[in-house]
Each structure stands twice: as C-alpha cells, then as structure tokens.
Design a protein around this ligand. Sequence first.
Ligand code: ZN
Length: 426
Amino acid sequence: MGFSKTKSRLAVGLCLLASPALIQADAGRVHPRDISAASTTNDPTAGLDILLQSRDDNPTTTPFKEFRGCSDQNKKDIVQAWWDVVNLARIPASINFDKPGALESRIWGDDIDHRTEATDLIHKLYSNILDLWSSKTTEKILISCEDLPQPDRAEKEKAYCQKIEPEMNGKRIGGYALSKGSSYDGSAVVLCPLFFEPGQEHLADIKKNLGNDKSNQHNADVMGGKARLLLHEMAHLSALVGQEDADSYAWYASLKYFEALFGTPNASLRRDGEIPTDDPEVDPPQPAKPTKALNIILENSRHGVPNDKDFYDRMKFLFFSVDFGTSSVCQVDPAPVAEAPANDISQLIKAHLPSGTFDVKTQDGMCQYKNDGKGNAGALWCGDKAHSCKEHADFRKGREGDVYCRNLSTRIRGSVEQRAVVACEW
Ligand SMILES: [Zn+2]
C-alpha cells in the first residue's frame, strides 16, 4: 500500500477506471473554501446564477475539450450536468468538518473530524471542480458519448457501455472514467446511453419535482440524476484526486445540496443497487464484516449501604478487547484490558462517554481510544489507522440500560451494575 505502487499504477497509461485513493494533497492541508453567500441562505443555488450568467452551450466554457460522438442534445445535457456539478461542489468545498452532522457521519464516518487526510482529500476534490469552473485550470478533459479504445488494458478489463457485468445483476452502467497519468489532458469520461435517458434528471428538475412532492423531500434515492453521475465519473479521474469510492463523493455533494433545501435526507438504499448507474469496476466493495471489537463499559460498584461508615459508590470505565459480537457486560473473562476512573459521574443514568486518550491492548496490538469529550463516540486509533466507534444502544436507555451483575456483586459485598456505553468494531 505504498506511494510507489500508486505511481507505478498511474504510469501504465490509459488503463485505470479508478486510480488509487492514496494520492496526497499537494502541500499540507487543503482548507475549506470560502465561497460566496450560498452557505448563508437556505437555497444552495442562490447567488450562483449571477456567477453563471455567461453560461451557454459553448464547450470553451466547460472543462471539456471535445464531445466525441455526442449529438447536439447530448452536448446540451452534458453542459447542463457540468454546471450542476459546479453547483453541487460549492457546499462541500466549503464544509467545515469540525462538527460532523448526520450526513457527514453517515457518509464519511463518525470520526471524520479526526481524519485530516480524509477531509483534505474531500476538500481537494470539490475545490478542484471549482478550479475547473473558474478556468484556473487550462487543461481539458475529453468527453465521449461512445466507447473509447483502451489499448493498454487486457480485454477482460476493458469497460464498455453495453458490457453486462455479472455482479451488476444485468444492470447497465451510466459511464466510466479513464485516466492517463494525472493530467486533465490525459483524462476522459465516457457517458453511456443510460446517462441521457429519462430517469437521470437535471438538478433543476429534481428540485422542482421535490418542491411539488413533500413525501419525497427526504428520499435520497430520488436525488441522483445526471449531475451526480458526471461528478461520480469525474471523481475517478486521477487529475481530480482519483477516488475509488467516487460514489461517496458524488452522493455527498448531491445530498448536501438537497439537505440545504429540504433538510437532511434519509439514509439511501443505494448500496443495494437500486440506482443502476455505477461502473462495476469501481463499485465500492461492501465493507468486510467486522471481526474484532473494543467494548467500553461504565461500572458502578456500590459498597455497603448508604449511611454506613464504609459506604461508597465507585464509577469506572472498563475496556474489553473481544471478538466482534461479544458482550462484555458483567463478564470476567476476558478481563478488561484497561480501566479508568469516572469520578465525574455519580450515577449510571447520568452517564457520559469517556473523554481523553486511553491506551488499550487490542487484537491488533496496542491502540489508543480517543474521545474529545464533545459528545461523539470517539475512535480507536491503531497506528495511523482509525476505527470509528459508536454509542452502544444501552447508553441512552435510562435504567433499562443498566445490568445488575450478580457474579461481581458477591465479590465486593455490595452491588455492581454495568452499562455498555461504546463499541468500536472493525
Ligand atoms: Zn464509479
């Protein structure tokens, strides 16, 4: 997983649907962009129309050098989709990940505020789109409405619009991306017939339809369309950052746009393939099922009875390293790998999550559980790899979340109650 491998893969020429996700930001951090007044209004399209007044169908106002094999109507659709992509990129280019909202957590992970390399890449992609729009970039991308030769690819690795991949369940693809090196000049996006068909709407049409259909205003599955598809393919290009998980970038931008209009969309079923527009080679694999876990348990051990001389309540966090799917409540085997006093908590029912950095021995060796104390479930860091953690369902259940541990209680001549508060699973 090294940089050199990335380089050599890029060097083999016109052969990558997706380029590896390891391309680093140019120089240090990529900061969110401050873009016009759009983010201060409810309508993410407000303000942009003025900027785009000069828009037309002229290819010189797009980052595309040629529309190969495209009809006039195709060209109109592509140019419109491009302006929509610019529109979509504006909100995410300026997003601040310090306080991840529902969409940020859902798409990028609960710990996205801790992962600066990831947020740099996210900012960089959308920022590059805006640079293409503002013509800071003079190199141009080839758009093709017909399949392009891929001489450097083995036959079975070639992408075709009509190729039906077994894993696509008979569904057709909307397009594919080709990178030659990491320049825009060597980049091409092929848009397949599906891209132009009804069902892949332009942004304005989706917005209008949703305006008239309250019941669908939070339905992420109807928020796709041509712009999402074009952004998806562009996100694959090495010149833009070359993300294998292009779909997350395309969806994030689309959903942020509609979130600004209608509130946060519900979770989509798109991973089940309801929207048949992804190119199969780069369909993100289903994440592997987790096999390991770190469980964090808050324990209240009460010694004696109130008013006794030796009465006390002791609160502490216990960290357990276990196989995925293993409960640690009231368990003595395996023993906790770490514990920490929770002196600022007086009752389980008023529980909060541990705050700070805790060394814990896991199945992957020594790791650190980190929580900034701002209310999220934190993350488990093993080397430079972070596993996001989530609140345990019992954490907010009130007294129902507490478990009386008879086996532990007899040991201290008192009572021990525990509540599962966090699980980190990977
Ligand atoms: Zn793709």
